[in-house]
Design a protein around this ligand. Sequence first.
Ligand SMILES: [Ca+2]
Length: 166
Amino acid sequence: MTYDWELTNTTTGEKRTLSGPCQDNYDFIHPGVWIVRLTITDSIGQTSTSYRQVTILAKKAYNLSVAIQGVPIDGYEPLLVSFTSTVGGGIGPFTYQWDFDDGEYSNEKHPKHLFNHIGVYTVVLTVQDTATGEIGFAQLVVHVIADPDRDHDGIVNPQDTCPDVQ
Ligand SMILES: [Ca+2]
């Protein structure tokens, strides 16, 4: 017996033909109403035809939005920042990847991070919606500046200007 399949997208007119008894892993690339026709022909040429209708929906835009905050976003080194993230839209669950721009990362939703060195850090959060694959980004800049009380004794005094203080 032979099995001939014809798939027709009634919206676009697109046609696909396939053969073989099983089509159990077929990817419909384009949305629309598809008519699936199966014709089975036996060894003496008799045929049997059946039809099914398959509706493929267009992938929706879920409008994933990502916002982040850091408290504080500037201060003396070493600076501990508490980050919070807010995700809008999408379906979820979501994955989180924070890049703190100092070689360290986190997969937490609301991480805390210690910036040990003076610098300007562009922190980027990438959120992925595991249901749709959609990706969203947010970023903010953290400024870590030198503490004028370099020896951390609680007062700014001449010793803080010495080159060898810890
Ligand atoms: Ca001091």
